[in-house]
Ligand binder design. Structure first.
Ligand code: NAD
Length: 448
């Protein structure tokens, strides 16, 4: 029996047993329940240190059967926690292990789309840290591969801040008309990590590190210890600003902060993108950047503009007394009757003068509030074993990242791009179409 049929049989048993406190004694005497031995997922954890450590607690309740890292010391660190797992340096070999049900991918960004697509192609459930790709082509393939497997696989895009209650409250306020009809939205982040260019060659990699696999599909750059000098969970800030390894703050905090807006606006792909920022550096992504997108109307709101600001660029405040720069990562919604300004945890409504009494707005009752999603990682684990439904799947997360990465293409081309989202083509710039994809070292296949 294949792994997916095994899981769906479990789902079937679970639904049959609903109402019996989630426990069912089968004739064989097997005990089923969320963490019963027979209902554990066989997980491969790829990228085992750093961000991966945020997944350890949840994974301790499952069977971690494979660990993969290009750094032997990081592998050994995780092997202490998951001693029964087989260890690998190369994720391509790891994914061939036959007993895997699910993959948690916490590697650097340049491998996300590769590992994600290869994992889904092999029928594995997938938790993919953000961003789900580094080019428009990559995120489109990730989304397409997920959509092909929808109904068989549970996937989650690693934007765990989405579980904060503020996300639901903001969505309710926007949908219930607390600022009238939505007109535009923006999000921003103030992180500034300036680098002149790729660090120069400096010494040899330590014996514990397989540097060639670390470079992976990306164009080669010589070893420099700077790439590895960050603290656990923060080391991404040592490499994510370089074009061949990351998308700068667009892929980093942009994945999280634009999510506040994305969760509330029910958008698909933009029809246009433009961007301005500091002078283009062929090695390093821009620090200061403003991106503008036009998003088509949907069944509850008109067409709107969405903006992303970073690295010192900021939207204008609607009131002098409100200093938006005090919010390091925030979003602002403009409606016909006021503004909603928010961070990940707080929100503020500024009604326009004539509407200040807000009598136009009827808050929803407690029973009508959007249900909390609970623990973000656990939602995915439960979905793998159950109904396969997650809040941040790779259609939701893929569309958002496609928009953001298209903005970086507009920045590089320096003109407003008209975009055909169905075809994934820019209709007014051949140069931009070339930049929708990135180049790889020979021997690496994105869709393997
Ligand atoms: N969701 C969040 O809030 C959050 C927070 C931090 C980082 N992240 C994401 O997590 C990812 C990892 O970030 P990090 O700071 O832990 O980075 P990191 O540089 O510390 O790398 C993480 C681990 O992956 C290993 N690794 C590197 N290349 C590999 C490869 N090709 N195959 C297998 N293992 C490999 C490293 O040795 C390390 O153990 C990034 O994509 C980042 O965007 C997400």
């Amino acid at each position: 029996m294949g792994k997916n049929s095994k899981i769906s049989r479990r789902s079937f048993i679970k639904s049959v047993s609903a109402g019996s406190a989630g426990l069912l004694i089968l004739p064989s005497g097997t005990l089923f329940g969320q963490t019963a031995p027979s209902n554990k997922l066989n997980v491969a954890l790829i990228g085992t240190w750093g961000r991966a450590e945020a997944h350890y607690e949840g994974l301790k309740n499952e069977n971690v059967v494979a660990l993969c890292d290009v750094d032997e010391d990081h592998l050994a660190f995780a092997a202490k926690v998951f001693p029964n797992a087989k260890c690998y340096a190369d994720w391509r070999q790891c994914l061939e292990q036959k007993d895997i049900d699910a993959v948690v991918c916490c590697t650097p960004d340049s491998t996300h789309a590769f590992i994600g697509v290869w994992a889904m192609n092999r029928g594995y459930h997938l938790y993919l840290e953000k961003p789900c790709g580094l080019s428009v082509e990559e995120v489109r393939l990730v989304r397409e591969t997920y959509l092909k497997n929808k109904g068989k696989l549970a996937v989650q895009h690693g934007t765990q801040r989405h579980a904060k209650p503020n996300f639901n409250r903001i969505r309710e306020l926007i949908h219930d008309g607390a600022i009238g009809e939505l007109q535009s939205v923006c999000a921003w982040g103030d992180r500034q990590l300036r680098k002149p260019g790729y660090p120069a060659a400096a010494g040899d990699p330590p014996a514990s590190l397989n540097y060639d696999l670390w470079i992976g599909p990306s164009p080669y750059h010589p070893y420099n210890p700077e790439y590895f000098s960050g603290q656990s969970g923060m080391n991404c800030l040592q490499w994510n600003m370089y074009w061949d390894f990351g998308a700068g703050q667009v892929g980093d905090m942009g994945s999280h902060t634009m999510d506040i807006a994305w969760n509330a606006i029910d958008a698909q792909l933009p029809v246009s993108a433009s961007a301005t920022g500091e002078a283009y550096n062929p090695e390093v992504t821009p620090v200061e950047l403003t991106m503008t997108f036009n998003l088509p109307a949907n069944d509850w709101r008109p067409a709107i503009e969405a903006n992303w600001y970073q690295g010192g660029a900021m939207p204008a405040s609607p009131r002098e007394c409100v200093d938006l720069s005090k919010i390091d990562h925030g979003a602002m919604f403009k409606g016909s009757k006021g503004h909603l300004i928010c961070s990940f945890d707080d929100r503020l409504i500024l009604p326009s003068d004539d509407n200040a009494d807000m009598t136009y707005y009827k808050p929803r009752s407690q029973e009508e509030l959007i249900e909390p999603m609970g623990n973000f990682q656990q939602e995915w684990i439960d979905a793998c074993k159950g109904n396969l439904k997650t809040t941040c799947d790779l259609e939701y997360g893929g569309n958002k990242m496609e928009m953001m990465l298209l903005g970086l293409v507009a920045y590089r081309v320096g003109k407003e791009l008209e975009y055909d989202g169905a075809a994934g083509r820019v209709t007014n710039s051949d140069e931009a179409n070339e930049l929708l994809k990135r180049s790889y070292r020979p021997g690496w296949a994105l869709n393997g």
